[in-house]
Ligand binder design. Structure first.
Ligand code: GLP
Length: 253
């Protein structure tokens, strides 16, 4: 495993460091980015938009693949990941919308949609730079505990833990979809470089299990131990879960 751990002291540093990592991977011809949603990357997208406006960062030649989408939500539904991406990044930068890919939440047949998305990834991949968040149960994308590491894009039944964690974005938990289409762990592992972002104490245990225990399908993020180029970006609270891997404690002691 080649694992770099970066501990940031402030949200400002966290978002900047993440955005600079993405910007560095936008250099060169035909960059392909893998992008996450959730609360953690919101500051990353704000910073990328700022860099586009103030520093000329361009997405003109980029192609993007989002990790996942809820089944049953239209692209204009306020909680769909298509809407999330459009509002937070795509409509504010110079990316060609036809080069931004997200599974279609309103597909008639989610398994067929997963196959279509996987074929698109094969056609345009490998992803040069994949950004990930992590669920409190160790999920990456929507690959829930128990998912085989060789899994490609697939339909997934969301766990109650994940639905509860994501209910904060909906009016009530009843509105949180039960199905999603997600890139599989194999797709994620095919990326050339991976940045996993985690903030807050609710991610400590998942990080500890993912990076300090042996890889196990019970903790999907532990698959990253088998990848050659992984950077984990954490704030001080999340870093507590990685204390055993840090030469200095997350509090500098
Ligand atoms: C969702 C997404 C994941 C994301 C996770 C954590 O379940 N499908 O890709 O990593 O939430 O989100 P947050 O950053 O809000 O904690």
């Amino acid at each position: 495993m080649s694992l770099a751990i970066w501990v940031c002291e402030s949200d400002y540093d966290f978002d900047r460091v993440a955005a600079e990592w993405v910007a560095a991977h936008l250099e060169g011809p035909d960059p392909v980015l893998g992008l996450p949603t959730g609360g953690t990357p919101e500051g990353l997208y704000r910073e990328l938009v700022r860099m586009h406006r103030e520093e000329g960062l361009s997405f003109r030649s980029a192609r993007t693949f989002n990790l996942d989408e809820y089944v049953g939500l239209a692209a204009d539904h306020a909680q769909s990941y298509a809407h999330y991406m459009r509002e937070r990044l795509f409509r504010h930068v110079d990316i060609d919308p036809s080069r931004t890919h997200i599974p279609n939440g309103l597909c008639e047949d989610p398994d067929e949609e997963a196959r279509r998305y996987d074929a698109l990834l094969r056609e345009h991949g490998p992803i040069r730079a994949q950004v990930l968040g992590i669920g409190s149960n160790g999920h990456i994308g929507f690959n829930e505990p128990g998912t085989a590491f060789k899994t490609r894009t697939h339909t997934v039944q969301l766990t109650e833990e994940t639905r509860e964690a994501n209910a904060r974005f909906f009016e009530s938990i009843d509105e949180v979809p039960r199905l999603a289409v997600t890139m599989g762990i194999a797709n994620i592992l095919e990326s050339e470089a991976i940045l996993l972002m985690a903030k807050g104490s609710s991610k400590q245990e998942a990080l500890k299990r993912a990076f300090t225990d042996p890889p196990s399908i019970d903790v999907p993020a532990s698959a990253l131990q088998t990848h050659a180029d992984v950077t984990v970006l954490v704030d001080r609270e999340a870093a507590v879960g990685l204390a055993a891997l840090l030469s200095q404690g997350p509090d500098g002691s």
